[in-house]
Design a protein around this ligand. Structure first.
Ligand code: GAP
Length: 459
């Protein structure tokens, strides 16, 4: 996703801005690095991704429970989880002259030197051995660990410290006992939540890929220790199904086994699900980690509250945890990359988003052939309201001529356009009365469909 070199990614991000999917954060003040705002179509696509995820992983199963925990939590949560320490820090290096900051591992990688899993002093050694300079050609400072959590003060006196959560996961762990005590789930079971997370990334980059404020969709799946491998395999296949469901081609997904020396501080095994981003190649889309009993054990020790599951038979135990963790922004990026298509239609190059029906911001657009003919407009409004009742996400589009409307809807991925014309009024052929033109986004083909059958035709 090198913005300068990759024309496909440039086209996608420019379409996303032009068509109201994604705007730079605080745009009128020159932006705020690492923040992006979702416009009307972006929020629609995001909401669809999240609701499809919830349907598949929570409502569609018997073993999952939902949760929505606070972003601000007691600072002890982050001490117990290990996030306040070096385990949740990135290697920071500065341009000694300009003070510009970089991630040392990324700087090394950009210079063709692998730095995965290395300590700050090992990276220092590599920078010295290879006489690396900053991109501006200046000396580099020593590498130091930089904690990624945003710190904040609580209350008017500012006596208490807290953090904006860097993952939604900890909200799940601290509510483990509440869920078990109130719903008595059978093992194995999962708790899922969708919500914002914040990380003070040293160098936010590549559009939505590495940002400072983002959303996660996470599951903590509680198992007996001896079950973890079997359940890991089952969930791995469920994650594959999810990626298929949001329209990502299997050849654009790769599973990367994270080497032991690069595992997060809590993990014994992690698979990164990677997507083949245009111009960037394979990089992380979602993570899937075996977190052992690290979190529940640490919270039990730190809080003094038992974090045990009490089985019908046998002794209480601390469950082990499998964690599928998805970034909404990265999912949206992958979905847009996969959907972005250029072809030729009627001798012209056209751009369209081949979004799956269940993700498209608008299921269908409705328009009168001519907007200055009251009979057409009245009939079209009636069809629009009927479809709106059925689907909700229906667009009314009467700007420009029909060809322009088709192009506009193609560009935002609307799967079908319905046009009310004179035939609908039965003025030319009585047998066509109360039928409309339905134009398919992908093929451009037009069909004649009775209004009475429109909703089921479009489903
Ligand atoms: N609870 C585990 C956890 O947070 P992670 O691999 O650090 O694991 C999970 O994050 C997912 O969250 C990533 O796969 C990615 O999709 C998303 N994510 C993490 N940091 C991000 C960032 N700075 N910008 C955008 N998305 C991010």
């Amino acid at each position: 996703m090198n913005e300068k070199l990759d024309t496909k990614m440039e086209k996608i991000t420019s379409l996303a801005k032009r068509r109201g999917f994604v705007f730079p954060g605080s745009d009128i003040y020159g932006g705020l690095k690492g923040t992006w705002d979702f416009g009307p179509l972006g929020v629609a696509l995001n909401n669809r991704i999240k609701s499809e995820w919830w349907k598949m992983f929570v409502d569609g199963r018997e073993d999952m429970y939902g949760l929505d925990s606070s972003i601000l939590m007691n600072e002890k949560v982050w001490e117990a989880s290990g996030h306040t320490g070096a385990g949740f820090a990135d290697p920071l290096v500065e341009d000694a002259k300009t003070g510009e900051r970089f991630r040392a591992d990324h700087l090394l990688k950009d210079n063709g030197i692998e730095a995965e899993g290395l300590s700050a002093s090992e990276m220092d050694g590599l920078i010295a051995d290879n006489e690396l300079k900053s991109p501006a050609g200046n000396q580099l400072s020593k590498v130091k660990d930089f904690n990624l959590m945003f710190e904040t003060q609580i209350g008017a006196e500012g006596k208490y410290k807290s953090y904006l959560r860097p993952e939604t996961a900890q909200g799940i762990f601290v509510n483990f006992k509440n869920v078990v005590d109130t719903l008595s789930p059978k093992m194995p079971f999962g708790i899922a939540q969708i919500g914002k997370a914040f990380r003070n990334e040293i160098a936010p980059r590549e559009w939505l890929f590495r940002v400072r404020e983002f959303e996660q969709m996470e599951i903590e799946y509680f198992v007996r220790e001896e079950q973890w491998e079997e359940e890991f395999e089952t969930l791995r296949l469920d994650i594959q199904k999810w990626h298929e469901h949001i329209g990502l081609a299997p050849e654009n997904i790769r599973e990367y086994e994270v080497p032991e020396n690069d595992l997060a501080h809590y993990s014994k095994r992690t698979i990164d699900f990677e997507y083949n981003y245009p111009g960037k190649g394979f990089d992380e889309l979602a993570g899937f980690a075996y977190r052992t009993d690290h979190d529940l054990k640490n919270h039990e020790e730190a809080s003094g509250v038992k974090m045990r599951y009490v089985p019908a038979e046998g002794s209480p135990f601390i469950p082990h945890v499998l964690e599928p963790s998805f970034g909404v922004g990265r999912a949206l990026t992958a979905v847009l990359c996969e959907a972005y298509t250029e072809d030729e239609m009627n001798g012209e190059v056209r751009t369209y988003l081949k979004l799956p029906k269940h993700l498209a911001p608008y299921r269908v657009a409705v328009s009168p052939l001519l907007k200055n003919k009251p009979q057409l407009v009245e009939k079209a409004r009636a069809v629009f309201l009927q479809l709106k009742k059925e689907f909700g996400n229906v667009a009314w589009d009467d700007n420009g001529n029909v060809g322009k409307r088709y192009r506009r809807q193609d560009e935002i991925g609307t799967p079908a356009c319905v046009v009310i014309d004179f035939e609908t009024l039965g003025e030319e052929d009585a047998s066509l009365k109360d039928t409309v033109t339905v134009r398919d986004r992908d093929t451009g083909e037009q069909s004649r469909v009775a209004i009475a059958e429109l909703a089921s035709y479009l489903k």
